[in-house]
Write a protein that binds this ligand. Structure first.
Ligand SMILES: [Zn+2]
Length: 918
């Protein structure tokens, strides 16, 4: 790394080899804390099981070493309990040894369950990770009380608040620290004002790795390290050496060489210690302060390109997290009895999501086999989430007083929205619904022989006929003239229909009376599938299906020549058949796909020195789809010739591959959001595809969703020679700039481009937001890249990150003023529909929970009680109203902090967790 230039006016810090220890007369030796550790990437350039074979050997040897050598006083097991569980799965008999060393302070575990990435996962995933670590750590006498964040690729703005709410007063960080921090420590403040003391690991978490076995060599090494670090060291303050690095084994001679080195000289005094004890010996006086996220490349790589490699992983992460946080948990907590809370299923699913949040896992800077495992874990987590959500929705249906479709709102905000329902085909559908399909009633009565009915019913698996038809009642009777079978068929499944029992009974009767005739009565009324805009449904509530009168119906106008317009009075979308782009309210150029070369790796984008950009299709075909009044769509099919790959010798894009990109634009009644879905089969390697979205007004910065808040960013990013400060930034679900709001599913990377000096001299402003659709590279890491010359990992060739094959992405655009959290919910967490047969006691409309005044991050059950986590993403104080509810505010360890009745105040950017009384 490049040593930073000295700060202003502090002569003490400059100077030669002994400067770091010099304190004038009566000086005492500089204290050097040595913290032995290993950094255990659970999976990375090798798969998990391959690393675990090494982990088990390492921990076996470590236990022997620490137990037998009291001079090896301490070992830090990387701040993540996952490695403990991974070890104990193979060596369950050693749990007591680990626990004994932890109890004696010789070994520290946690506080995390895994060392996650902070930008590519949700705020809830970060919190659940910490809570799982703390819970698991209780079996070992507690976790390390330090927010250890050694290798994360930058840090989210709210991390100090998350740590503070878990009772952790210290963070330890490396990547992302800006040049404004010029000491080994700083005060790191979250947007709400809470802060932690942050220890900055100069030269990283391996700054004391592989210490020499010889004491004289060790003393020499310490001298040169003090020179290297001198500008960061405060006189009189201790110095920290992290004795370990990626997958490194402990150095068994460490205790001996430390004692010998101390005996050899008086300049430094080495102590093998724990991170917590080292931090307790440091001072917090006079530290510089930094507020907000740490995303600078000034001192270490932040590897910003991980946000856009393997878009399939990022989409899978978004879907899995959403299925748990936004569907399975709130629906199960609110609509199932407390004793049916699916704790074990949720624990299984969350463990998969938390394991995947590891920085090398969700970042997909890993071997192809690792990424396959990550995708599989996300798929399983999502299957659990979606399945649990469906069970809770069915419970709503079963509890309704009246029969018919029921619409459930899994989010906190009262809202209407588009629903797709099956209703009886009675009369004129009316002007406010859009009929998708009709199914006529079946012939009411037929007489068949026994063999035919056996064949017919034999095909039936349970009560399902197809996705829109289920047997909802069945009966069987007989007399001397034959058998009577009656089937009632409806659009929704019903519990407890004895189809299999009746089948068995019928087959028994047919065996006894093989020649008898069977009179089959099928009662299936005609139905139609319709789209409608559901009337307002309360937050966390339900409402019987009720189509709203459309105030702003949508219509499609197709002109000859391919021009096509979707409009609803709130926004107009005009497709340009010339280049396949579209205009929003008269501003053209949306949806321009810009394909350029990428000779980078999984960590960083890097354009080839001779790049070719392709942004003009060879042909465009515009095909009108649905025509309203509830939903209108148009397909834009654009053909391109993309270069096939980057030639490693000439650094130019070469070859030509034909690709057909289909973009579907969708506009709904009474909704200013334009939904976009783009799909194609990627034929090319080594490239980056971005969609360019013009800003209605020039923008000097962006506002992007991040864990528990919205962060503001400018047009530039800090970097250094070894990593260019590329201003591509991550957003969780939405980003806004210049009057445009973009909501996306897993398209985490954006950049403001088309930057011009503004005419009135107010500074540069961007004209376009570029959203990365795909970044395809063929190397885990690479040497000699334009924007990052040194490798960031092994230089392994990979197939997976080339993303050859189908790509299917979706996002939505809004050029009207909009609450981005509501927009994100409308796009990503739509209203749900379930069916009811009536007979329960739930009225036609209602809500299980009213939360106003803040965004809701989580609703779940903890120890039987409802627990709600909210955050205030605004700059103003708010009052969170929980109508009719009382309880206790708790911290992230579940410890009560203050009672509340009906609501509580929440500071700007504050996070609060409320446990509700029953
Ligand atoms: Zn790592």
């Amino acid at each position: 790394m490049t040593p930073p230039s000295p700060g202003q006016g502090d002569g003490d810090r400059a100077g030669g080899p002994a400067a770091g220890t010099g304190q004038g007369a009566g000086r005492r030796p500089r204290q050097v804390a040595v913290v032995p550790h290993t950094h255990w990437d659970r999976e990375w350039y090798d798969p998990f099981q391959t690393y675990r074979l090494k982990l088990v050997r390492l921990v076996d040897d470590l236990l022997d070493l620490v137990e037998s050598d009291t001079s090896y006083r301490h070992f830090l097991l990387d701040g993540q309990l996952a490695v403990v569980d991974d070890y104990l799965e193979i060596r369950p008999e050693h749990e007591a040894r680990l626990a004994a060393l932890a109890a004696a302070g010789r070994l520290t575990v946690g506080p995390w369950y895994i060392l996650m990435d902070e930008f590519l996962v949700s705020g809830e995933t970060i919190v659940r990770n910490l809570q799982k670590g703390i819970l698991r750590g209780s079996s070992f006498g507690g976790v390390m009380e330090v927010g250890y964040l050694p290798d994360m690729f930058g840090h989210v703005a709210q991390m100090p608040q998350i740590l503070a709410q878990a009772g952790l007063g210290h963070a330890v960080v490396w990547r992302g620290v800006p040049s404004a921090v010029d000491r080994t420590a700083f005060v790191w403040r979250a947007p709400d004002g809470s802060s932690v003391r942050a220890e900055y690991l100069v030269a990283g978490y391996g700054n004391g790795a592989a210490l020499p076995e010889d004491a004289k060599q060790l003393v020499r090494r310490l001298g040169s390290m003090q020179d290297e670090f001198s500008s960061f060291l405060t006189p009189g303050e201790p110095m920290l050496l992290m004795n370990g690095s990626d997958h490194l084994r402990p150095q068994p001679w460490l205790g001996r060489v430390v004692a010998e080195a101390n005996a050899l000289q008086d300049d430094v005094e080495l102590t093998i210690t724990s991170l917590a004890d080292y931090l307790a010996s440091t001072s917090s006086d006079g530290l510089v302060e930094w507020q907000g996220e740490l995303r600078s490349g000034a001192r270490a790589n932040v590897l910003m390109g991980v946000a856009s490699n393997r878009v399939d992983v990022k989409q899978a992460a978004a879907r899995a997290e959403r299925s748990l946080e936004r569907l399975a948990e709130p629906l199960s907590a609110l609509f199932l009895p407390a004793d049916r809370w699916p704790a074990a299923f949720l624990d299984v699913a969350w463990t998969l999501v938390i394991r995947n949040s590891a920085h090398d896992s969700v970042c997909a800077c890993s071997a192809d086999e690792v990424v396959e495992a990550v995708l599989h874990r996300y798929a399983e987590a999502r299957q659990v989430g979606e399945g649990l959500a469906e069970q809770a929705l069915q419970a709503v249906g079963r509890s309704m007083t009246a029969p018919g479709p029921v619409v459930v709102n899994p989010t906190a905000h009262e809202r209407g929205g588009l629903v797709d329902v099956i209703v009886p085909a009675v009369g004129d559908p009316g002007p406010d619904v859009q009929v998708l399909s009709e199914r006529s009633g079946l012939p009411g009565r037929l007489t068949v022989d026994g063999e035919t009915v056996r064949t017919m019913l034999g095909l039936l698996q349970g009560a399902r006929i197809d996705d829109e038809a289920y047997i909802t009642d069945v009966s069987l009777a007989q007399d001397e003239t034959g058998l009577d079978v009656t089937l009632v068929i409806g659009p929704e499944p019903r519990d407890g229909v004895p189809v299999e029992e009746v089948k068995r009974e019928l087959f028994t009767l047919l065996t006894a009376r093989p020649e008898t005739e069977v009179r089959l009565v099928i009662d299936q009324p005609p139905v139609r599938r319709v789209l409608a805009r559901q009337e307002q449904v309360p937050g966390f509530g339900w409402c019987r299906f009720a189509p709203a009168t459309l105030a702003h119906p949508v219509r499609l106008d197709a002109a000859t020549g391919g021009a096509c317009t979707l409009a609803n009075g709130l926004v107009a979308v005009e497709v340009d058949p010339g280049d396949g782009t579209f205009a929003l309210d008269g501003v053209g150029g949306y949806g321009r796909l810009v394909d350029g070369g990428d000779h980078g790796d999984t960590y960083n984008y890097s354009p080839p020195s001779r790049d070719t950009l392709v942004d003009t299709p060879t042909t465009v075909v515009v095909t009108p789809g649905e025509r309203g009044p509830v939903r209108a769509t148009v397909d834009v099919v654009s053909s391109y010739e993309w270069p096939e790959f980057v030639d490693g010798t000439t650094h130019a894009r070469r070859g030509s591959a034909a690709v057909t990109v289909t973009t579907t634009l969708e506009l709904r009644a009474d909704d200013p959001l334009v939904r976009v879905r783009t799909r194609f089969t990627n034929p090319s390697r080594d490239h980056r595809l971005r969609v360019h979205l013009p800003l209605p007004a020039p923008a000097a910065g962006s506002r992007a969703e991040c864990a528990f808040t919205v962060v503001e960013r400018g047009l530039v990013a800090e970097g250094r020679d070894q990593e260019f400060g590329l201003p591509t930034f991550p957003s969780r679900r939405f980003v806004s700039a210049g009057g445009l709001t973009v909501v996306h599913e897993g398209l985490l990377e954006y950049e403001l481009v088309d930057i011009a000096e503004s005419v009135d001299g107010t500074g540069p402003a961007a004209g376009t937001l570029a959203l990365t659709v795909l970044r395809a590279t063929g190397m885990l890491s690479r040497l000699g890249m334009t924007l990052r010359p040194l490798p960031a990992g092994p230089m392994d060739a990979l197939d997976g990150p080339q993303m050859l094959g189908p790509v299917d992405v979706r996002y939505a655009l809004c050029v009207a003023p909009v609450d981005p959290y509501r927009a994100a919910d409308d796009v990503l967490v739509p209203l749900e529909v379930t069916g009811s047969f009536g007979g329960g006691d739930r009225p036609a409309r209602g809500s299980e929970l009213h939360v106003e005044g803040a965004e809701v991050s989580s609703v779940r059950r903890q120890a039987g009680a409802l627990e709600v986590r909210v955050f205030n993403p605004t700059d103003a104080d708010t009052t969170v109203r929980l109508a009719g509810r009382s309880g206790w505010l708790v911290d992230l360890r579940g410890r009560p902090t203050a009672p509340f009745e009906g609501g509580f105040a929440l500071r700007p950017h504050g996070i609060a967790t409320a446990r509700l009384d029953a």
